[in-house]
Design a protein around this ligand. Structure first.
Ligand SMILES: [Zn+2]
Length: 167
């Protein structure tokens, strides 16, 4: 009786195991499929976790668009939870955050900037780009609950207190 190579269980139903996940294409005529090697529970677990992360939220996920194993129209569904794309080409967009979307032909993907703000230090050449998540509200003081954003007296410690009331 076969046992699962991961859980070592024998009392399970077995599934076909694609050595290279189908997300990366079909490799015919040899599809590198193992039989009676991985149980259904383990195969489903790795499909939901490892295969999903690799095929949707990694550099390998981007290669799927380059090599046509994923339609360009589906680029907009990438989760970008572990993946961040920035323009690396020298120029005014250097460092800007982008996502991939289908181009006008619908057959390829192109980088599209996300909503972001840019600033440039006086005398510097490069722009610094900040996306919405990087604009953090200032911390409020744990003692007086004042928000340093309202400060009129900066430079008095880690929290710049505004005027206190009632004292
Ligand atoms: Zn198993």
């Amino acid at each position: 009786m076969p046992s699962c190579i991961y859980s070592r269980r024998e009392d399970q139903e077995f599934d076909r195991e694609h050595v290279i996940p189908q997300a990366y294409g079909n490799f015919e005529p040899k599809a590198f499929i193992l039989y009676d090697t991985v149980c259904k529970d383990c195969n489903n677990y790795f499909g939901r976790t490892l295969d999903f992360a690799l095929s949707r939220d990694s550099t390998e996920a981007l290669l799927r668009f380059r090599y046509g194993t994923k339609p360009a129209s589906e680029a907009r569904h990438l989760p970008y939870s572990k993946l961040e794309l920035k323009i690396a080409q020298p120029g005014p967009w250097f460092g800007a955050t982008v996502v991939l979307e289908a181009d006008r032909t619908g057959k390829a993907v192109e980088p599209v900037p996300v909503a972001q703000a840019a600033f440039r230090w006086k005398g510097a050449q490069d722009w610094n780009y900040l996306v919405e998540q990087e604009f953090q509200p200032r911390r409020s003081c744990a003692v007086c609950q004042s928000n340093s954003r309202n400060s009129r007296n900066p430079g008095n410690g880690p929290y710049d207190h505004g005027p206190r009331t009632g004292s």
